[in-house]
Design a protein around this ligand. Structure first.
Ligand code: OFO
Length: 181
């Protein structure tokens, strides 16, 4: 590339290389979340947990939006957002409760990853990305809370008799009350 062209490309970039790499890793994580929740939704659908399935289909769609939001941000900032390879998604689950346990574990990992990016951005004084990432910080708080609320239903209601049916009904209400997953 000629020196002049190089200068222009450098001027167009407002993202540091490290930050771009971290955001691309986060794209992959959000893409995996989307595929993971779609797989869970399909399992719930197949098992007849209609409300859990509805909640998880919506959740999968939301995660895709989280991925796209990052993708657009990177490209707008002069970087190159990479479409991630998604493999190794789990398709079989032991129970409805296991699904929400896995979701909580997964969301805690996502929160950690977001916090690392936020900490990095603050350290390198990339305040634009720091500010952009605040939306994800808030979102993670909500998503962890939702998974915890869902898990509480198993303790409060119990899985015996019509327990699982009732839990599925309550998951539907949880979904309606948050307006998302
Ligand atoms: Fe994207 O918030 Fe969950 O993973």
């Amino acid at each position: 590339m000629k020196t002049k062209e190089k200068e222009i490309v450098t001027l167009q970039r407002s993202l540091l290389h490290d930050t771009e790499k971290m955001l691309n890793k986060q794209i992959e994580m959000e893409g995996k979340s989307s595929a993971y929740y779609l797989s869970m939704a399909s399992w719930c659908d197949m098992m007849g947990y209609d409300n859990a399935a509805k909640l998880l289909y919506a959740h999968a769609e939301e995660e895709r939006q989280h991925m796209l939001k990052l993708l657009h941000y990177i490209n707008e900032a002069g970087g190159h957002a990479i479409q991630p390879e998604i493999t190794g998604i789990k398709h079989h689950f032991n129970s409805l409760k296991e699904i929400f346990q896995l979701i909580l574990e997964h969301e805690i990992q996502v929160t950690k990853s977001i916090n690392i990016i936020v900490d990095h951005c603050f350290g390198v004084k990339d305040f634009a990305t720091f500010s952009f990432m605040q939306w994800y910080v808030t979102e993670q708080r909500e998503e962890e809370t939702l998974a915890r609320r869902a898990l509480e239903l198993f303790d409060i209601i119990g899985e015996e008799g019509i327990g699982l049916w009732t839990i599925d009904q309550e998951l539907g209400k949880l979904h309606d009350s948050t307006g998302d997953a």
